[in-house]
Ligand binder design. Structure first.
Ligand SMILES: *Cc1c(COP(=O)(O)O)cnc(C)c1O
Length: 219
């Protein structure tokens, strides 16, 4: 099942779009199946769960942290995480930098933008993102690299609303790219809305339930 789902989705994705298989709450055996089918990039939203899976699985997997970050736990993943999608404060960037330095690594990060209507979703305002990217202090953080933006749309079936949110993030991305050539990743789109997200400029989709089946609880 997982292999079929994965192949189905991969056959639909344009070549420039990277697939992050979101394996949160799913057991090792499911991830191993996706791995055996060729998938190498996996996304998790809890640091401890990701560390446990990293320890148990092949080391050529790229692990992406897609969840909200607790700063005091960044240290547990600093030796292996490949991309952190959910950075939503300068303080968190400083902590990632500090922990990356201990391992002599440069950790790639995305700034998470708030594009949804729900107040509950995390993320930075567009103003704050512009401010962080243009701040002098950023260049002192040698062990992180901001490589793009991430956004989560409102939980709705309303395509017009979703499109509006995705396009707004895409336009910020294009604007920032003009002065920052390190920005190459626009992470938006999940199981329910990835086709629309891609049509609106996404080049990285985070897909969980359409690959692994529905989760038993909302994570
Ligand atoms: C869980 C999660 C996803 C995947 O959601 P699905 O609807 O299962 O595809 C994508 N992004 C984030 C940030 C998530 O937490």
């Amino acid at each position: 099942m997982i292999t079929n789902n994965l192949n189905d989705i991969k056959s639909q994705l344009p070549e420039n779009v990277t697939l992050v298989a979101v394996s949160k709450t799913k057991p090792i055996i499911d991830i191993q199946e996706a791995y055996d089918a060729g998938q190498r990039i996996f996304g998790e939203n809890k640091i401890q769960e990701m560390v446990m899976k990293y320890d148990a699985l092949p080391k050529d997997i790229e692990w992406h942290m897609i969840g909200h970050l607790q700063r005091n736990k960044v240290k547990y993943m600093a030796h292996f995480v490949d991309l952190i999608h959910g950075v939503d404060s300068f303080k968190t960037l400083q902590e990632i930098n500090k922990q990356a330095k201990k391992h002599n690594r440069i950790i790639n990060c995305l700034l998470q933008a708030h594009i949804a209507e729900e107040q509950t979703k995390f993320g930075l305002s567009f103003e704050k993102i512009r401010e962080i990217l243009s701040s002098e202090v950023l260049s002192e953080l040698k062990n992180i690299k901001i490589v793009g933006l991430m956004g989560m749309a409102t939980f709705t079936d309303n395509e017009k609303q979703l499109k509006k949110e995705f396009l707004s993030l895409n336009s910020l991305f294009s604007e920032l790219q003009k002065t920052n050539e390190e920005l190459i990743i626009l992470s938006m789109g999940m199981s329910g809305d990835y086709q629309l997200a891609i049509a609106c400029g996404s080049n990285m989709v985070r897909i969980g339930s359409s690959i692994f089946g529905s989760r038993n609880y909302i994570a």
